[in-house]
Design a protein around this ligand. Structure first.
Ligand SMILES: C[S@@+](CC[C@H](N)C(=O)[O-])C[C@H]1O[C@@H](n2cnc3c(N)ncnc32)[C@H](O)[C@@H]1O
Length: 264
């Protein structure tokens, strides 16, 4: 991944640490619980959450496994994860600074390797996926959770334009068909898949990216979002409601195994 893009990611998630982790968190406790159930964690397992942000998944899974690790590029996020860990008195978790392109672990270390809402920040998502598969045990599992972009070219372009305007560290939301091809090419197959429609407030979504209603970035993003209402031109299904807009992301959740032919 380019140094310049990594710096953009670090700048964005240093600026938004508090909003992202405390004030306008993305998932309700029920949604987080559903995601943990989807991963099927087991008592004796070692887990790794790649691009762990403030440690949400790693700390939620820790009480159900032997040891939970989290890695992220942004120090501010890792500091937040350590703070949450201390507050919650969780002893079996550890956090490290790392790039998803080069995970600092030997082959076959983890039973479960996860990555949530981060592939769309990566310039080389395929490299990250191959790294996740590398550090996974031969019989291990990977879980990828991310927002999916529309399949149509025109909607795909506008969708990602709006996402990048809101957050310059957004690289590209991927289509479902792209994820399926990447899984296949990295020697993984889907054991379980779920697509969820996640409705959210546009204003809160902007705040989570550190953008306030008075900001130029807010006005420009809102303008494009409103223009996309007709014909749902960007795939957000926007509905203007008073000062706010209700938007929706399609979130894909994939539980992956190594293909039998790819086991080392
Ligand atoms: C939208 S946040 C998601 C955080 C967390 N996974 C969650 O769901 O709450 C994206 C995170 O990915 C991290 N990130 C982006 N690119 C990365 C990379 N190449 N390697 C490691 N972390 C990365 C950012 O620092 C940020 O913390």
């Amino acid at each position: 991944m380019s140094k310049k893009h990594n710096e953009l990611v670090q700048k964005q998630f240093t600026k938004t640490r508090e909003a992202f982790s405390v004030y306008v968190v993305r998932d309700t406790p029920e949604v987080l619980e559903e995601k943990i159930r989807f991963m099927r964690p087991e008592r004796g397992e070692r887990t790794l959450d790649v691009a762990c942000g403030p440690g949400t998944l790693a700390l939620a899974v820790a009480p159900q496994v032997r040891f939970a690790c989290g890695g992220d590029l942004t120090f501010a996020m890792l500091r937040q994860a350590l703070e949450f860990q201390r507050e919650r008195g969780i002893a079996n978790a550890a956090f490290a600074c790392c790039d998803a392109d080069h995970l600092p672990y030997p082959d076959g270390t983890f039973d479960l390797v996860t990555c949530q809402c981060a592939f769309h920040h990566m310039q080389k998502p395929m490299t990250a996926l191959i790294e996740m598969a590398r550090v996974m045990k031969p019989e291990g599992r990977a879980v990828i959770i991310d927002a999916l972009a529309p399949e149509s070219d025109a909607k795909f372009e506008l969708h990602n334009r709006i996402e990048r305007l809101r957050d310059p560290s957004h690289a590209e939301s991927l289509r479902l068909t792209t994820f399926l091809r990447m899984f296949d090419e990295s020697g993984l197959e889907i054991a379980r898949e779920a697509l969820r429609r996640r409705e959210r407030s546009f204003n809160r979504w902007m705040l989570r990216a550190g953008v306030n209603p008075g900001d130029r970035r807010y006005r420009e993003t809102r303008e494009l979002m409103e223009q996309s209402v007709k014909g749902d031109a960007a795939g957000f299904s926007p509905r203007v409601e008073g000062d706010d807009i209700t938007i929706a992301h399609t979130e894909g959740m994939f539980l992956l195994h190594r293909k039998p032919s790819s086991a080392p």
